[in-house]
Design a protein around this ligand. Structure first.
Ligand SMILES: [Zn+2]
Length: 494
């Protein structure tokens, strides 16, 4: 049995002003301009906490030959340029044709990629793959929980399997699940029958989190349903609300073994569960002054303030300054902001050296929606090259690069600046810069939910920030023009 695998992942924030280029995919993937596949790809992902790590493990367990073609991603940002999408898809198809015939194709897609030409780029990807392999060869794709999935993807792929967790700590398990299911399909042991529902509902990251209610209970019920006879897999996709496209929002897939009626009935049931939670899924936000006061009064433990409005993991600049400026103005002691994307300030600190004070202009440089630069003298406490290993539950076994990083001190507030933009989702990202998170009173994290996987257990309290930005978890902050209507909560629906 020969199974091709590969994919491209991007979460596109259509409200972001910075487009996503081919150069972004080359830099962030670390695969070089030829986007290597084959053995190099296998070596990179083997034993890692990623979907491809799961594909590799599943292929070994089910004893089939896995043919890795290409697997690339770019940091979430604005619309993906056609040049980038066409190049990546072109390489995938070229390599797929070289290994044909195959018995199946495993895809590792995100689900929320928007390109200049396609609002639903994954369906364009799956369509092109289907054209090469024909109607009989099974296609199984994993998807990020934030995918905005269209009808066409559901029709063209035999099985779609979304992540069950946010923070996404089950990428490896979902990859392995997809690979094992693929083996059963190819061996003729099961006939996947998939039902798909779009729920007329948009949800926001803080409450999509599966470590909090109401999603803890809903996921428990979903797993009970997956254990029913004839059910192969079931998924609730929350969707990515910062994309003004018709496909945005919640969707549901249920796949049974050749039981159409059961698949349709259960898909309706799960869609109903999500619809019933529509009000419970709306977040409550906390103002900066409130959290500063709370952290001052909270003498025991660490407070985390999730600055989701400026979450680079959802395409935001990660250089927002609202909370940083407020902590400086309040003369807060024991506060940290991280990780701010500011290559200029990082370079300035590296040029000056540890122990020096620099006249800095920190953050607020990407656009005018996340606060103005903080103009201040800043003391350079430590410097590093920004190389780190993921130690937390996400991406375990992988490495990351922030480029030159600096830990700056302004009064009682520390700020970590980096030369590359990445969501703060692993405590190691702070530790390499010289911050011991458990010894601080208040950390403003540039993340909406993923930080909870590794930093959450260190905190006594967590608040969702009421700050401005292009990832603000507040529907009133956005003007949607292309989302299908009616949809809750943009429209009143009963
Ligand atoms: Zn996601």
């Amino acid at each position: 049995m020969r199974i091709a695998c590969g994919g491209v992942q991007h979460e596109t924030n259509t409200f972001a002003t910075v487009p996503t280029t081919l150069a972004d995919f080359i830099r962030d993937s670390g695969c070089g301009p030829d986007f290597f596949g084959g053995e190099e790809l296998r070596a990179r992902f083997r034993d890692s906490g990623t979907v491809h790590g799961g594909f590799i493990a599943g292929a070994e367990q089910a004893d089939f030959e896995l043919l890795p073609l290409i697997c690339v991603h770019a940091q979430p940002a604005g619309i993906v340029q056609d040049e980038a999408f066409n190049r990546i898809l072109g390489l995938f198809l070229e390599r797929l044709k070289q290994v044909m015939p195959v018995d199946g194709v495993l895809l590792d897609l995100h689900g929320a990629m928007v390109t200049e030409a396609h609002s639903d780029a994954e369906s364009a990807f799956i369509t092109a793959v289907r054209e090469v392999v024909g109607p009989q060869v099974p296609i199984v794709s994993t998807l990020d929980l934030h995918g905005n999935i269209g009808q066409r993807s559901a029709e063209l792929a035999d099985v779609l399997i979304g992540f069950d967790t946010y923070p996404h700590v089950d990428m490896y398990e979902r990859g392995r699940e997809a690979a094992l299911l693929m083996a059963r399909i190819v061996r003729g042991e099961v006939r996947p029958t998939q039902a798909f529902r779009k729920v007329p509902l948009l949800t926001m990251p803080p409450m999509q989190c599966t470590l909090r209610e109401p999603m803890i209970s809903l996921m428990r019920k979903l797993h009970e349903l997956e254990a029913l006879p004839d059910v192969l897999t079931a998924t609730v996709m929350q969707g990515f609300p910062f994309a003004d496209i018709p496909e945005a929002g919640v969707s549901v897939f249920v796949t049974t073994n050749n039981n159409r009626q059961l698949a349709e009935t259960l898909a309706d049931r799960v869609a109903g569960w999500m619809w019933d939670l529509r009000d419970a899924l709306q977040p409550k936000l906390t103002r900066v002054d409130e959290v500063i006061q709370f952290a001052r009064d909270n003498t025991q433990g660490l407070v985390l303030y999730a600055d989701g409005s400026d979450n680079p993991g959802g395409g935001a600049p990660s250089d927002g300054t609202i909370a940083l400026q407020a902590m400086i103005d309040a003369k807060f002691e024991g506060g940290v902001v991280g990780i701010l994307y500011d290559p200029e300030t990082a370079a300035q600190a590296h040029a000056a050296g540890v122990g020096k004070t620099i006249p800095a202009r920190i953050g607020g440089k990407t656009d005018d929606q996340h606060g103005a630069p903080v103009v201040t003298d800043a003391y350079v406490r430590s410097l590093c090259d920004g190389h780190y290993n993921f130690h937390g539950p996400m991406y375990q076994g992988m490495t990351g690069e922030f480029g030159p990083m600096a830990l700056l001190v302004i009064g009682g507030v520390e700020v970590v600046v980096a030369s590359r933009r990445h969501q703060l989702l692993d405590a190691e990202m702070l530790r390499v810069a010289g911050v011991t998170p458990e010894r601080r009173k208040l950390i403003v994290v540039k993340s909406a939910v993923h930080f909870r996987a590794d930093l959450g257990p260190l905190a006594s309290h967590i608040f969702d920030a009421d700050t401005p930005g292009i990832h603000r978890p507040d529907f009133a902050a956005f003007k949607y023009q292309h989302v299908r209507r009616p949809i809750y909560p943009l429209d009143k629906m009963t």
